[in-house]
Design a protein around this ligand. Structure first.
Ligand SMILES: [Zn+2]
Length: 101
C-alpha cells in the first residue's frame, strides 16, 4: 500500500466514508431492536461499539464481529450468553465488551 497514488487514496477515503454511512444506517435499523446473525434463528441483544470513531452495532455476547451480518428483529432474545450478560451479576464486567450508559 506504500505506492498508492493520490487517486487511490481518495478512493479509499470514499470507501471509508461509504462504509461509515452503511454502518450508521445499520445502527439506526438495529436501535431498540434485537438482532439475528445472518440467517440464524438465535436472537441476540444489541449494543454498540465505537470502531475507528464510528458507532457500530454489535451483539452483546460478541457472537458476531461483523455488524453487516446483523438483522433487526422484534423477537425476544433467545441467546443465553446475551441474557446472562444483560441480567447477570457484575461478574462479566472485566471483559470490557459491554458498555451500558
Ligand atoms: Zn448473543
Amino acid at each position: 500500500m506504500e505506492n498508492m497514488s493520490d487517486e487511490t487514496q481518495l478512493a479509499a477515503r470514499a470507501d471509508v466514508d461509504h462504509l461509515a454511512a452503511v454502518l450508521e444506517r445499520r445502527r439506526s435499523e438495529l436501535a431498540g431492536a434485537n438482532a439475528v446473525i445472518g440467517g440464524a434463528t438465535v436472537v441476540h441483544a444489541v449494543t454498540e461499539h465505537v470502531w475507528v470513531g464510528v458507532r457500530v452495532p454489535a451483539v452483546v455476547c460478541g457472537a458476531a464481529t461483523d455488524p453487516l451480518r446483523l438483522r433487526a428483529t422484534t423477537a425476544p432474545i433467545s441467546c443465553r450468553r446475551c441474557t446472562r450478560r444483560l441480567t447477570g451479576s457484575s461478574a462479566g464486567v472485566s471483559d470490557g465488551q459491554l458498555t451500558l450508559d
